[in-house]
Write a protein that binds this ligand. Structure first.
Ligand SMILES: Nc1nc2c(ncn2[C@@H]2O[C@H](COP(=O)(O)OP(=O)(O)OP(=O)(O)O)[C@@H](O)[C@H]2O)c(=O)[nH]1
Ligand SMILES: [Mg+2]
Length: 364
């Protein structure tokens, strides 16, 4: 029986707490940030340098929500690693959802908001769909299908280089039962030959009743604008749900936790990314307009905590520095980031962790 470390790390030691720069973080006027901040469309798209600029970002002209305005939800679904989050970011023109080379990066619904003419398209990025084993897997997969069922249209993203393999087949079969228009995005076309792509498109059209099919590269931006234009025409008429400069609906503190998780996914290997979760526990304004952010990384075992820290704290320093840089750039504010690593053997069975992630807690 592994020793239960539940309370061990409640008392923080110095080496479990990392600030990647020396900073005086004892400011005055300490106020919590608003829970639901507005992401500034232009600023984030310029800073992020994503493959597709936000609509109107160059000219400064904003489309208005006039009489012909449209607004709706487009769920982006598919197998893990298909490029869903990359696509959502490209459609929005800013990084709203984290991306890594590893499968099962996205864990919960992430909404990004794109504009096209008079349409506001709320893109719903979802966790990759796969055969779930753990409780967390089940919550992720269930979220993906729930979001697809509740949207106005679904965009099924398929990695064209993999085609309709065993991981995609069950998704295609289930997607055929959706009662909303289905759009297929054959992604990563930069990686495959045209003949294979055409064969795949033919197979898809036979198997699925498609509203439309796009061949895209979410990474390079090829075909992304066309897809956005098409989605705009499929949004129902109605007023916009979000202000025109808002690009995401998640609280900034949740987004910042995701950025740190992304850096962990990239830096750490094997089971660590799948055995960890990150939460922002504190976000306070401090002196000179800076913010002090505290985040907790939960892992399942003491051995994992050691790996996250790394020899002489090198791993966590790197993660912290990378995350801080990106958060700073996005919010255009100096950031003092403190990371704490805690062992919670059963965090993946703790309803509170699911609440923090925005996931429903499956009974088993
Ligand atoms: N070559 C190429 N790579 C891509 C393209 N789109 C995404 N990728 C890469 O594919 C990997 C996975 O991308 P993600 O956007 O995280 O995939 P996802 O479908 O959101 O994955 P999960 O969140 O794990 O379900 C990353 O390394 C991306 O850079 C593309 O059009 N071309
Ligand atoms: Mg993703």
């Amino acid at each position: 029986m592994p020793e239960n470390k539940k309370n061990k790390t409640d008392a923080l030691e110095d080496n479990e707490h990392v600030e990647d720069e020396t900073a005086e973080a004892t400011g005055t006027a300490e106020q919590d940030r608003p829970q639901v901040p507005v992401y500034e469309r232009r600023r984030l798209s310029e800073e992020d340098g994503g493959p597709v600029p936000a609509p109107g970002a160059e000219s400064g002209e904003r489309p208005s929500a006039g009489a012909g305005s449209r607004c709706g939800f487009a769920a982006v679904i598919g197998a893990p690693n298909a490029g869903k989050s990359t696509l959502v970011n490209a459609l929005v023109g800013a990084k709203v959802s984290i991306v890594t080379h590893k499968a099962q990066t996205t864990r919960t619904r992430v909404r990004g908001i794109a504009l096209d003419g008079e349409a506001q398209i709320v893109l719903v990025d979802t966790p990759g769909i796969f055969a779930p084993k753990r409780r967390l897997d089940r919550a992720m997969v269930e979220t993906a299908w729930t979001e697809a069922r509740e949207a106005d249209v679904a965009v099924l993203v398929v990695d064209a280089a993999r085609g309709f393999d065993d991981t995609v087949d069950p998704i295609v079969n289930e997607a055929a039962n959706l009662k909303i228009p289905l759009i297929l995005a054959l992604n990563k076309v930069d990686k495959i030959h045209k003949e294979k792509l055409l064969a795949l498109a033919g197979e898809a059209s036979e198997r699925l009743k498609l509203e439309s099919l796009f061949m895209i590269s979410a990474l390079s931006g090829d075909g992304v604008e066309d897809l956005r234009g098409f989605l705009a025409t499929r949004m129902p008429y109605g007023p916009w749900l979000f202000p025109e400069d808002q690009i995401a609906d998640a609280p900034l503190r949740q987004w910042a936790a995701e950025i740190t998780r992304e850096k962990m996914f990239i830096r750490l290997h094997e089971e660590i990314p799948y055995s960890s979760t990150v939460e922002t526990t504190s976000w306070k304004s401090v002196r000179k307009g800076a913010v002090r952010i505290e985040q907790t990384i939960f892992v399942e075992r003491e051995s994992q905590r050691k790996i996250v820290l790394g020899a002489k704290g090198q791993a966590i320093k790197h993660i912290s520095m990378e995350a801080r840089k990106e958060i700073e750039e996005a919010i255009e504010t100096p950031v003092h980031l403190f990371l704490f690593v805690k062992v919670r053997e059963n965090w993946a069975d703790d309803p509170e962790r699911y609440r923090e992630m925005g996931l429903d807690f499956p009974k088993k």
